[in-house]
Unconditional design. Structure first.
Lengths: 534, 72
């Protein structure tokens, strides 16, 4: 029997390392395609400033990329060290995309990053542009495979349990890759990275404009960032809905947690805009509702309903009772592999094997599980509702705030008077952390909402961890937190230093802007206002 | 006020586009959409950068023309 403290510590360790890692990933995903757009303008117009713009943002991309790789490497090993039962149980499926991701990251992405950085004077313009596109494609395709692996955990497709080998085996690679969850999750995550890259570039460009430094670089970068951002934000919201729609069908308990849905209701269901869910009492306190909205949002119809936890718990009791004979059959098959009766029993109940495992936490001999133990196991299907509920709302609120920000930014930028909107430039700087927080809360919804499963409906979390000692887990947890904090500090230091230094060639500083023939009068007026203020 | 009205108009357009996409593609071919969408986003972004240069050039030419007219 697993020590639950070890399981919890393993979860904490993975959560902390992945949340640290995901501070770097979205910026890599987004900035890479922004670099491609900037360099496209350089290649098509031949204007030198766009080369310098691409080189400057490329330098920040490189800092972020290096630390992203460093923090990502350890996570792949964590599956083996801390989640050994999980790795052995679903390694056949999970390992394939993870291996392809490694190959993509190290051979495609890393090779082209090297060529992008060192190839400016060695490659022709078009060749270098192709390399930059390959970096962007490599970064995003590398994320694709990780997200396919994660989608298998959310909605297991293309695999079946083999009682002869006692583990899950891949039956359809196509189903694994093209599952609706994988598709929606990849695009949602990738485009969330675009939004992060756009806000990052817009925020730093705004800071330069506020300081009156590198104005020509900043104006162009800001224009491109806000266009990139407004389109991406519309995409990320659309895909967020698609992911909710697909995920809600595959993981009804996550959807119920996101909506604080304790009791099933008749259509059209209201949406809880604000509520304070109580896990103990299984009710929401002080809720503010929007009539009809939930049915529309999650079923895209006025007469659609989704089950609440009351119904899901009842279903879980039935499924646990059906899963117990499957676990019993497996126990027989492990000692007598050819037992035909046990195999037949397993086949009849294999659909609910995972639910049978749920009760094993409370009754090692599942054949003697009492009704009370079955009910306790059934209640386990309810994840921690309050953090899922609030993380989801924070993510959505940030997404809408970013859309409003980008729409206004596009108006100012297209009117070419962004430099005079100093209040807005200050907001742009303060917007930089927002997409990072939105990404982190998004992952909290995805992973906390999946509990109590590592693979939804198939493998409970309590079974998945390795059998380390509590002391070992605390020691390694402290070590990881310390190491990753150092990585964050190093990243912040290098980034801030590079930003303060600016591009290698100054553009539009107060020393040369007056003679710049490309600068219009409104830009000059805005800059003068900036100098007067600051 | 004009900026606010433009903001409201653009937000409504954005919301309409999102709503349309939601209605049309609850479980669509998202990989394909990503491929096409990313290409479009990158090209519009690049066009936006080039457009800024054109706007600057146009503004400078207009300012020069006004100065010439005053001198004449």
């Amino acid at each position: 029997m697993h020590d639950i403290t070890v399981v919890d510590l393993s979860r904490w360790q993975f959560a902390i390392t992945v949340l640290y890692h995901f501070l770097f990933v979205p910026l890599t995903l987004g900035l890479s395609f922004m670099l491609a757009a900037m360099e496209t303008v350089y290649v098509t117009t031949g204007k030198q400033i766009y080369r310098e713009i691409a080189q400057f943002w490329g330098k920040l991309f490189l800092i972020n990329f290096a630390l992203g790789v460093a923090t990502g490497l350890t996570m792949e090993f964590e599956f083996g060290t801390n989640w050994s039962f999980y790795s052995s149980f679903v390694g056949d499926i999970f390992g394939a995309p993870l291996a392809i991701e490694g190959l993509m990251a190290f051979f495609l992405e890393a090779t082209f990053v090297g060529m992008m950085v060192f190839g400016w004077d060695r490659l022709k313009r078009g060749q270098h542009l192709a390399v930059t596109y390959m970096v962007a494609l490599g970064s995003n395709l590398s994320a694709l495979w990780i997200l396919i692996a994660n989608s298998f955990m959310q909605n297991p497709q293309g695999a079946t349990f083999n009682p002869a080998t006692m583990r899950m085996e891949l039956t359809s690679f196509t189903q694994l890759i093209f599952s609706h969850d994988a598709q929606a999750k990849f695009v949602h995550t990738s485009i969330a990275g675009y939004v992060t890259g756009a806000i990052f570039v817009a925020g730093i460009s705004a800071w330069y404009m506020l300081k009156g430094r590198h104005i020509e670089l900043a104006r162009r970068s800001f224009r491109m960032a806000v266009l990139f951002g407004v389109l991406s934000t519309a995409g990320v919201i659309t895909l967020g809905d698609a992911l909710g729609f697909v995920g809600g069908q595959a993981q009804p308990s996550k959807l119920a947690a996101m909506e604080g849905l304790w009791k099933s209701e008749a259509a059209p269901m209201p949406f809880n805009l604000v509520a304070f869910p109580s896990q103990k009492e299984q009710v929401n306190h002080d809720q503010l509702q929007i009539p009809y909205a939930l049915s529309l949002l999650v079923t895209h119809s006025m007469d659609g309903t989704v089950p609440g936890f009351d119904k899901l718990e009842q279903q879980a009791v039935v499924r646990i009772k059906n899963g117990i004979p499957a676990v019993e059959a497996l126990q027989t098959l492990s000692s007598k592999p050819g037992d035909a009766a046990a195999l037949a029993q397993f086949r009849r109940h294999e659909k609910d094997l995972g639910y049978g495992f749920l009760v094993q936490r409370y009754a090692e001999d599942v054949s003697k599980a009492t009704d009370a133990q079955i009910n306790t196991a059934a209640r386990d299907i309810i994840p921690e509702v309050a953090p899922v509920f609030w993380s989801f709302r924070i993510m959505v609120a940030m997404g809408l705030a970013m859309l409003a920000f980008f729409v206004l930014a596009v108006i100012f930028s297209l009117r070419n008077d962004i430099e005079r909107q100093r209040w807005f430039l200050k907001i742009a700087v303060w917007m930089i952390p927002v997409p990072f927080l939105a990404c982190e809360t998004g992952w909290l919804v995805a992973e906390l909402g999946r509990q109590p499963w590592t693979v939804y409906g198939v493998l409970p979390t309590w079974m998945s961890a390795s059998t380390h000692s509590v002391g070992y887990m605390i020691f390694s947890l402290v070590g990881f937190v310390g190491l990753y904090t150092v990585f964050i500090v190093v990243e912040m230091y290098l980034m801030l230093r590079a930003i303060r230094k600016g591009p290698d060639e100054p553009h539009g500083d107060d020393t040369d802007w007056d003679s710049d023939p490309m600068l219009n009068n409104s830009a000059k007026a805005g800059r003068l206002a900036g100098y007067a203020e600051g | 006020m004009k900026t606010f009205l433009l903001f409201v108009l653009f937000m409504l357009i954005a919301m309409l586009v999102i709503l349309l996409a939601i209605v049309l593609g609850a479980s669509g071919a998202w990989y394909f959409a990503w491929l096409v969408g990313t290409g479009m986003i990158v090209l519009i972004t690049a066009a936006g950068g080039a457009m800024l240069d054109t706007q600057d050039e146009h503004a400078n030419l207009t300012a020069e023309a006004r100065t010439d007219a005053k001198r004449a």
